[in-house]
Write a protein that binds this ligand. Structure first.
Ligand code: IPD
Ligand code: CA
Ligand code: CA
Length: 282
């Protein structure tokens, strides 16, 4: 069965990614979900394709898509599924992670699809159509890039590390995120802001980046990539070192060796500002 989950998710991610790539240079409709939070016709087309495939193959499963696609019992976030028809299975779909990049024609974005059962991530698939890179992780079976095993970096010191983060669509929240970014900036080799949470996590898994922190985020941003990092030998947690939860709203991902040092910077900078990074404003 797990092979079927993987093959349906991989085919959907590849086809949706192809659709995004094809439309990148065409004129597109851009709508606003907030002041700077965009949605394009491509997000919606990609989600319709992916949700259609998953619902056709697994009509009894829960599904949560960023642009509104919902499957059976979608509001049931991570229950054990005992006694209901879902078997506890839930899909998390980001049809286009990196929408701001995409809307500007900046070619760094991906499709992200995860499967969890009763809150435990089982499968993560991320596809970057511009580089034709397919990242797949299955619990207990390791993580791959285009079929080859990947592993986190061996970087042990923050000053040798290249980290990444992202900033909220809520402008007031960015004012809380900025001092944390600044605290890291003076302690590391470099910081990137790539615009795609899913690819950030894949890059930590592949050893291209050493660590990533961000909050607030959504379940569809992190589900697939979190499993990729774990299966590539890295560590994921919340921003205080507690367990990562697929329906939680934040993530710290690292190669493992840097996790403690990153937690220390996060603790010191948020204690200074007195505000938790991922508190979600009303
Ligand atoms: C966003 C990207 C970005 C992150 C934001 C996400 P979207 O997702 O992953 O890197 O900083 O927090 O919302 O809107 O492009 O799917
Ligand atoms: Ca996203
Ligand atoms: Ca998205």
């Amino acid at each position: 069965m797990t092979d079927r989950f993987r093959s349906v998710a991989v085919a959907a991610a590849r086809d949706a990614g192809g659709l995004l790539r094809e439309r990148l240079d065409r004129p597109r409709e851009v709508g606003f979900k907030g002041t700077v939070d965009l949605v394009t016709d491509a997000d919606r087309a990609s989600e319709a394709l992916i949700a259609g495939r998953i619902q056709e193959a697994f009509p009894e499963h829960r599904l949560l898509g960023e642009e509104g696609a919902r499957g059976a019992l979608a509001e049931d976030d991570g229950s054990d599924g005992e006694g209901d028809a879902t078997g506890g299975f839930g899909w998390l779909v980001d049809p286009l992670d990196g929408t701001t990049n995409y809307a500007h024609g900046y070619p760094h974005f991906a499709v992200s699809i995860a499967l969890e059962q009763a809150g435990t991530l089982l499968l993560g698939v991320v596809y970057d159509p511009m580089r034709n890179e397919l990242f797949v992780a299955e619990r207990g079976r390791g993580a791959t890039r285009n079929g080859e095993p990947i592993h986190v970096s061996g970087t042990e010191d923050l000053i040798r590390a290249v980290l990444t983060t992202g900033f909220s669509y809520d402008l007031a929240r960015r004012a809380v995120q900025a001092p944390v970014w600044r605290a890291f900036l003076t302690r590391v080799q470099g910081i990137r802001q790539t615009g795609s949470a899913a690819l950030n996590l894949c890059y930590v898994a592949a050893g291209r980046l050493d660590g990533y922190w961000e909050g607030p985020l959504q379940p569809w941003d992190t589900g697939a990539g979190a499993l990729l990092v774990e299966e590539a030998g890295g560590r994921v947690s919340d921003l205080r070192g507690g367990s990562f939860r697929p329906y939680g709203r934040e993530i710290l991902a690292s190669n493992g060796a840097l996790h403690g040092a990153m937690l220390a910077v996060l603790a010191a900078s948020t204690a200074k500002s007195g505000e938790a990074l991922s508190v979600v404003p009303d």
